[in-house]
Write a protein that binds this ligand. Structure first.
Ligand code: ADP
Ligand code: ZN
Ligand code: ZN
Length: 732
C-alpha cells in the first residue's frame, strides 16, 4: 500500500493538535520541511504556520488540501531551538503553534521573508595590504587603511566611531584598488572605553564564568546593588566572543534603557544588537535574523529575546533574574529565566543569573547544589551601603501621606544641594474616595475594586480602565463629605510642591512617562543640583542618579498584608532595589521607611539581616506552608460573562482533575477546590480559579497533560475563557 506523507503544520490557534496538509503541487515531502514556514488555506482565508512533523496524516488522506506555499527553503526554527520550544509547549500545556508564533518576531510570524541583515563593510585587498606604505603617513586614507589592516574589516558604524567624514578617504582607497566591499558580519570595532580593573570579588566571579564556558553550568551571582555585576558580565561576554561564540543577555522591561545599551556598546568589540517591545517590527525581525545567521554576536533584550536563535552559543546572562517581567502573564505563560536554563542545558553553555535580591526559587536551587552561588558583597565604586531607618507613622500627623520627620529629612537633603527620591508605588491622587458620613466607597461598576481618584474629579479603574467623574455628593447619603483616602504619587507631588516650592520636582509614573525619552527629559528638568523625584517602581532600576542621597518610602503597608504567597518576596525585593538607588556615587545614602507597622517581622528581619536573612526566614515559611519552591503549582484561570457557565465549567474541570488523580495515586498531586479569583469580577467578567499542587514536577506534569486534554473536550468550555498557568507568578 502506498503511504501518504503529509505536512503536519503547527498553526497559531488555541487548539491542541497539528493541521495536516499535502505539499504544494509537485513538491515532495522530506525532513527538510520541518521548521519551515508554510502558507496554508484555512477557513475562508489563509494562515501561516510552521511544519512541525512530516508523516502519515491523522485525517483521511483523500481530504488533504495542499499547502499554498513554502516560505522558507531552509528551516527557520531548527535544532536546539525547535527542540526547546517543543519542550516548552509540553511543559506549559500550550499548543505548539502558539508557542512557535510567540517565539518568532511578528514580521516572520506573518510570513514576511527574512530581512537583509548584513551591513556592508570594507577590507584591504591584497594590493592594498602590500602597498599600504605608499600612502602618506598621517593622512586620512592611511589612517583608514591602517585600521582596516588591524581590524580585518570595518563597517560604517565602526569607522564612524574613529574618523568623522571618512567617505572621501574610502573612495580614494577603493579607486586605487586598495580596499573592497565585503559583508560586515564580523567587523570588529575598538571599544570606546577600557574596562576598570576588577576588584578581587569581581575578578573571582568573572574567572568562575570563564571557567564554565563550553559547558552547561548555571551560576547565580548575588551582588548588592552597585557591586559591579555588569562589569563581570562584560568580562564574561568578551571571553565568549573571543572563543567565537554569541552571547544573549536578558534584562527586565524597565532595565533596558538607552544607557544600558550604550554601556554594553561602549565596552564590547562588536555591534550590540537589541530586542524589545519598543522596537519597530522590522528592526526586531532583523535582530532575530542576524542572530540566526551568526552575524549578530551579542543580543541584549527583554523577555521574548530568550527565543533568539543561537547557532554559535556561548553564554546566556539574565540580569535582575528575580524580576517579575520575565514571566509572561497571558497566552503562552512561560518564564524566561526557566526557559533560559532549559536552553543553556540543551546548548551546553553557562547560564548566569544575576541579582541583588535573587528569587527564592533560585536561592533554593543554589542551596540544593544545582546552581553555583557567587557573592559580591562590596559596592564597587567606593560607594557605601545606604543607612536605613524605619519611621513610625502611627503617632504622626500626615500631610498628604507624608510625616513631619520625612519633610525634615527632605529639607536637609535639599539644603545640602542633593536630591531626594520619594517612592510611592501607587499612581493617581488617592487610591479611594470615601464618604466620611456613611462609609460609601466609589467602586468600579465592572470590577470588584475601588476607583482611584486622579486629579480632583476623575475616577479611574486601574483594572479595566473605566472612567467617570467623581460625584460631588455621596450617592448613598447625599453628604458632601467625600474624602480622598490615602495618597498616590500625584498627591505626594502636591505635598512636596506646597512644602518646597523652589526645588525642581519631577513625577515619574506611567502617566507622566511613556518611554525612555520622557524619562530622560524628566532627568534633564531635574538637573544636577538639589531636587525632588516622586515616583513608582519605574524608578527602581535604570538611570544612575549621582546626586541622589535620600530615599523616602511613603508606605508599603498594602504589601505587608497581601494574601499572595509571593507578596512578601516581591516587597522585600522592591525595598532593597529602591534603597539601592540612594548613595550610588559620592554622597552617602539614607533611606527612610515610613510605615504604620514598624514591628512587622518582614521589616525587622530585612533591617537586621538584609535580604539573605529575609530569604532564609521566608524559605522556611514557604516550606512549612507547602508553597514554591517546595511545591510546584499549576493554576486554572477561568472567566466568563455568565456566572452559571463559569460554575458549570469549574465543576466539570474539578471532577476531571479528581478522576485523573484518582486513577493513579502514585502521581501524588493535590487537587484544590475551585474558588472565586481574589478579584472575582473584572471588566464585567466573573472570574474563578482552581489550583493543583505537587511536591514533584513529573507527577504534576503527567496530570496536567491528561487534564489539559480533558479540558479541551469539555463542552462547557465553550461558554468560558480558560487557561492553564504552570508555575504561576502569583495567584491573582
Ligand atoms: P551592579 O550592576 O552590580 O548594580 P554596576 O556594574 O552598575 O553594578 O557598577 C556600579 C558602578 O560601579 C558603576 O558606575 C560602575 O562603572 C562602577 N564599577 C564597577 N566595577 C568597578 C571597578 N572594578 N572599578 C571601578 N568602578 C567600578
Ligand atoms: Zn455617604
Ligand atoms: Zn474596573
Amino acid at each position: 500500500m502506498f503511504a501518504v506523507t503529509a505536512l503536519r503544520v503547527a498553526l497559531p490557534l488555541p487548539l491542541p493538535h497539528l493541521f495536516d496538509y499535502a505539499p504544494p503541487a509537485r513538491a515532495t515531502v522530506d525532513d527538510g520541511w520541518i521548521g519551515c514556514r508554510v502558507r496554508v488555506p484555512f477557513g475562508r482565508g489563509h494562515a501561516i504556520g510552521v511544519v512541525a512533523e512530516v508523516g502519515p496524516p491523522e485525517i483521511d488522506p483523500g481530504k488533504l488540501k495542499p499547502a499554498s506555499e513554502r516560505l522558507d527553503t531552509e528551516p527557520l526554527i531548527a535544532g536546539e531551538l525547535l527542540a526547546s520550544l517543543r519542550w516548552a509547549a509540553g511543559y506549559y500545556q500550550r499548543p505548539l503553534g502558539e508557542v512557535l508564533a510567540a517565539a518568532l518576531p511578528v514580521d516572520l510570524r506573518q510570513g514576511k521573508p527574512l530581512p537583509d541583515t548584513a551591513p556592508l563593510a570594507w577590507r584591504l585587498t591584497a594590493i592594498g595590504a602590500a602597498n599600504l606604505r605608499q600612502l602618506r603617513s598621517g593622512g586620512r586614507p592611511r589612517q583608514l587603511a591602517d585600521w582596516l589592516a588591524e581590524a580585518g574589516a570595518l563597517d560604517a558604524a565602526a569607522i564612524n566611531q574613529r574618523l568623522p567624514d571618512w567617505r572621501p578617504a574610502l573612495r580614494s582607497l577603493m579607486g586605487r584598488g586598495f580596499v573592497e566591499e565585503c559583508l560586515g558580519a564580523h567587523a570588529l570595532r575598538t571599544p570606546e572605553r577600557a574596562p576598570p580593573a576588577l576588584n578581587p570579588e569581581q575578578a573571582a566571579a568573572a574567572e568562575r564564568i570563564r571557567q564554565a564556558l563550553g559547558q552547561f553550568d548555571p551560576i547565580l551571582i548575588e551582588g548588592v546593588t552597585g557591586s559591579g555585576k555588569t562589569e563581570v558580565y562584560l568580562d564574561a561576554i568578551e571571553a565568549a566572543l573571543s572563543r567565537g561564540e554569541q552571547a544573549l543577555i536578558l534584562v527586565p522591561e524597565i532595565g533596558l534603557t538607552p544607557q544600558t545599551l550604550r554601556r554594553f556598546q561602549q565596552r564590547l568589540p562588536v555591534e550590540v544588537h537589541s530586542f524589545h517591545s519598543g522596537m519597530a517590527e522590522g528592526a526586531r525581525a532583523r535582530a532575530w535574523t542576524a542572530m540566526r545567521r551568526g552575524e549578530a554576536r551579542v543580543l541584549v533584550g527583554t523577555r521574548s529575546a530568550v527565543f533568539a536563535p543561537l547557532p554559535q552559543p556561548g553564554l546566556i546572562i539574565i540580569d535582575e533574574e528575580h524580576d517579575s517581567s520575565y514571566k509572561q502573564q497571558d497566552g503562552f505563560r512561560y518564564h524566561a529565566r526557566d526557559f533560559a536554563l532549559v536552553r543553556g542545558k540543551a546548548l551546553g553553555v553557562p547560564v548566569v543569573l544575576g541579582s541583588a535580591t535573587p528569587a527564592l526559587e533560585t536561592l533554593q536551587l543554589a542551596r540544593s547544589g544545582r546552581l553555583a552561588h557567587v557573592h559580591l558583597k562590596k559596592r564597587a565604586a567606593a560607594a557605601r551601603a545606604p543607612h536605613v531607618r524605619v519611621l513610625d507613622a502611627r503617632r504622626q500627623r500626615l500631610t498628604h501621606g507624608l510625616s513631619e520627620p520625612a519633610f525634615q529629612a527632605i529639607a536637609e537633603c535639599l539644603q545640602r544641594g542633593e536630591q531626594a527620591l520619594v517612592f510611592r508605588n501607587r499612581r493617581g491622587y488617592a487610591p479611594a474616595l470615601l464618604c466620611h458620613d456613611c462609609g460609601y466607597r466609589a467602586n468600579c461598576s465592572r470590577c470588584d475594586a475601588a476607583l482611584t481618584l486622579h486629579g480632583r474629579d476623575r475616577l479611574i479603574c486601574h483594572h479595566c480602565g473605566h472612567r467617570e467623574r467623581a460625584p460631588t455628593a455621596c450617592p448613598d447619603c447625599g453628604s458632601l463629605a467625600l474624602m480622598p483616602q490615602g495618597a498616590g504619587t500625584e498627591r505626594v507631588e502636591v505635598a512636596l510642591a506646597e512644602r518646597f516650592p523652589d526645588a525642581p520636582l519631577v513625577r515619574i509614573d506611567s502617566e507622566t512617562t511613556r518611554d525612555h525619552g520622557d524619562l530622560a527629559r524628566h532627568f534633564d528638568t531635574l538637573g544636577q543640583g538639589a531636587g525632588l523625584i516622586v515616583g513608582t517602581q519605574m524608578l527602581a532600576k535604570g538611570h544612575d542618579l549621582a546626586k541622589l542621597s535620600l530615599v523616602v518610602v511613603v508606605t508599603i503597608d498594602e504589601g505587608l498584608f497581601s494574601a499572595d504567597f509571593r507578596a512578601a518576596e516581591k516587597l522585600a525585593q522592591l525595598l532593597i532595589q529602591v534603597s539601592g538607588r540612594a548613595g550610588r556615587a559620592q554622597a552617602p545614602g539614607q533611606v527612610l521607611l515610613q510605615t504604620h507597622h514598624p514591628e512587622h517581622p518582614l521589616l525587622a528581619t530585612l533591617l537586621a539581616g538584609g535580604y539573605p536573612a529575609f530569604a532564609k526566614l521566608e524559605l522556611a515559611e514557604r516550606e512549612a506552608a507547602g508553597f514554591p519552591p517546595f511545591a510546584h503549582l499549576a493554576l486554572l484561570r477561568v472567566d466568563s460573562h455568565r456566572e452559571d457557565a463559569l460554575q458549570l465549567f469549574m465543576r466539570e474541570a474539578h471532577a476531571a482533575a479528581r478522576a485523573i488523580v484518582a486513577s493513579d495515586p502514585s502521581l501524588s498531586v493535590e487537587v484544590h477546590a475551585p474558588m472565586p479569583a481574589p478579584m472575582a469580577r473584572r471588566a464585567g467578567r466573573m472570574r474563578a480559579q482552581m489550583l493543583l499542587s505537587a511536591k514533584l514536577r513529573p507527577g504534576l506534569q503527567a496530570v496536567l497533560r491528561a487534564w489539559n486534554a480533558a479540558l479541551f473536550e469539555l463542552k462547557s468550555g465553550r461558554g468560558v475563557r480558560w487557561s492553564l498557568d504552570v508555575d504561576p507568578g502569583d495567584l491573582y
